[in-house]
Structure formats: structure tokens, C-alpha cells
Design a protein around this ligand. Structure first.
Ligand code: SF4
Ligand code: SF4
Length: 81
């Protein structure tokens, strides 16, 4: 997981100078974080004047598998006398 920049970005560039691993690059509309490089330090989010940086949401967890409930055993027929 990494941090991400949303549409509130005003392209000021402050975050790029703060990143210790140079994971942030400027784009046409807004800055972008390379998730392959980001080490989740949060430094960029702390200085962003537009509050546009936040931790990326974790992917949704797959639904839990249903619990296995043993099938009810059929009653054993009593032998006829
Ligand atoms: S500091 Fe915030 S507003 Fe400035 S470029 Fe980075 S994400 Fe955009
Ligand atoms: S969280 Fe840290 S490593 Fe990731 S982009 Fe922001 S400053 Fe760079």
C-alpha cells in the first residue's frame, strides 16, 4: 500500500520536495505518487496545504467463506420386526 493524491491537489509541488525516496512526480493536473517507490512515511501528507494526500485504501477483503455446517444426518430407520 502507498499514499495517494486526490483531486484536491493544487499542484504546488511541496510534497515532491518532502519525499525521502522521490516517489512523487508532477503531472499536468496534479502530482502523482509512484506506489512502487512510496515507503508510506506520511511526510507528504503532513505538509500538503490542500490536504490532498492520504493513505491508499486497502483492497476490499474477499468475503469470508461460509462456515461449513455439517449436513443433518438422516435418521436411521429402525429395522422392522
Ligand atoms: S503538496 Fe498537496 S497540493 Fe501540493 S502538489 Fe503535493 S499533493 Fe498537490
Ligand atoms: S508517504 Fe512518504 S514515501 Fe510515500 S510519497 Fe509520501 S513522502 Fe514519499
Amino acid at each position: 500500500m502507498s499514499y495517494q493524491i486526490d483531486d484536491k491537489c493544487i499542484n504546488c509541488g511541496m510534497c515532491a520536495g518532502e519525499c525521502p525516496v522521490t516517489a512523487i512526480k508532477g503531472g499536468a493536473e496534479k502530482h502523482e505518487i509512484n506506489p512502487q517507490i512510496c515507503i508510506d512515511c506520511g511526510a507528504c501528507a503532513a505538509i500538503c496545504p490542500a490536504n490532498a494526500i492520504s493513505p491508499a485504501k486497502a483492497p476490499a477483503k474477499p468475503a469470508a467463506a461460509p462456515a461449513l455446517v455439517p449436513a443433518k444426518a438422516a435418521p436411521i430407520a429402525k429395522p422392522k420386526k
